[in-house]
Design a protein around this ligand. Structure first.
Ligand code: SF4
Length: 381
């Protein structure tokens, strides 16, 4: 890890990414100077409220934003040493179908109603091949089974409209994984499925990263984050405000926004709604200053405050003036204990591994795993 937080071994490296949306009324800074890395075999979770810029960040990286009105106006994205931004649609399509796979929040973006699900899962295998020698149809059936489609060998010949929304989401995941991508970018892949299927998908993603696939996961579900993430990036107002190993961020949420996000998690689960973050977000100074209980004069004007180490650990950093060498974060630190999702067992949270504690870490569907409750049974047929 370098001084600016860059990972020397990164498979995906994003620097100062900026994407603007022409709203007709002006330019919305949807992504505003975002930098991060994802290494092979690593899971990085982008968390934040709806409208914080998570999805636009992901789709900007591989040229999926509709331009106009959405335009990548600055920064860089490098995959396996090769630049992604500025490449032609044809070149990007080749990379997306082969080495980088997207799972969209809306599965219908990935599904064609006139082809069977089996034909659609098998198509990337036919075009790009896989690490195994499986026949495309056999590979499609195996993937449908792995994502939890019951009677996969029969349902492989069904059409998307014959599947529920949750099952369409699983088919979209199977299509994304068909060509053995090196990087999976998954946008809320577990939102439309029940908890049993969610556990199955989490097992599947763990198997992928165990085999060396990199995973960039967008989610507002802290339980999924606790179950899967190696590192967490907390986004608000188009920019990253805190980043660090999942155990550290969960046990010691350092940025006032992270504390607010974690503190409201239980309420949001109950109401099943997510408060949109965008709206009156300032375009200079700290983007969170209009809602921050610790705001001071130094928070206004200039750029988003620099990242500072939270507790002498350069891997866990927060973009807040109070963590600067001459600042005093004691009031913010005091609030961390009450907002931490893992406060009750923070001493168990490791700085180098996925957190083993609350919030209600998703139970594995694999009976061999220590946190298992039951084998996966599909209830979304
Ligand atoms: S920089 Fe200022 S406004 Fe931003 S989080 Fe820190 S104290 Fe709050």
């Amino acid at each position: 890890m370098t001084a600016d937080g860059a990972d020397d071994n990164a498979l995906l490296s994003v620097r100062d990414l900026r994407t603007h949306i022409d709203t007709g009324d002006g330019q919305l800074h949807a992504v505003d100077g975002v930098s991060f890395d994802v290494a092979a075999g690593e899971t990085v979770c982008l968390v934040g409220e709806s409208g914080s810029g998570k999805s636009v960040t992901c789709e900007s990286i591989t040229g999926l934003v509709p331009s106009p009105p959405v335009d990548v106006v600055g920064g860089s994205a490098t995959f396996d040493g090769e630049p992604l931004l500025g490449r032609s649609d044809r070149e990007l399509r080749a990379v997306r179908g082969d080495r980088i796979a997207h799972v969209f929040q809306n599965p219908q973006r990935a599904l064609d109603p006139v082809y069977t699900v089996g034909e659609q899962v098998a198509e990337p295998v036919r075009i790009h091949g896989t690490r195994t020698e499986e026949a495309p149809r056999d590979r499609a059936i195996e993937l449908l089974r792995r994502v939890g489609i019951p009677r996969a060998s029969e349902r492989v010949d069904d059409y998307p409209h014959e599947f529920s929304g949750g099952m369409q989401q699983r088919v979209a995941i199977a299509i994304a994984l068909a060509a053995d991508p090196d990087l999976v970018i998954a946008d809320e892949p577990t939102t439309a499925v029940d908890v049993t299927v969610q556990a199955r998908l989490i097992d599947l993603f763990r198997e992928l990263t165990d085999d060396g696939t990199a995973l960039l996961l967008v989610t507002h579900d802290l339980r999924v984050t606790a179950s899967l993430a190696d590192r967490v990036l907390v986004m608000y107002g188009g920019t990253i405000l805190e980043r660090g190993p999942v155990g550290d961020v969960f046990s010691t949420p350092a940025h006032p926004y992270t504390q607010a996000l974690f503190g409201s998690y239980g309420e949001r689960q109950e109401s099943d709604t997510v408060r949109p973050a965008r709206g009156d977000v300032p375009t200079d100074g700290c983007r969170f200053r209009r809602e921050c209980p610790h705001v001071v004069d130094a928070c206004a004007g200039g750029d988003q405050p620099a990242f500072h180490a939270v507790e002498d650990d350069p891997t866990h950093v927060a973009s807040c003036v109070h963590y600067a060498p001459d600042g005093d974060p004691s009031a913010i630190r005091a609030a961390a204990a009450t907002s931490s999702p893992t406060a009750a067992s923070s001493s168990r949270a490791s700085s180098s591994s996925k957190t083993e504690s609350s919030p209600d870490r998703v139970q594995s569907s694999d009976p061999t795993r220590a946190d298992d409750t039951r084998p996966g049974v599909d209830t979304d047929e």
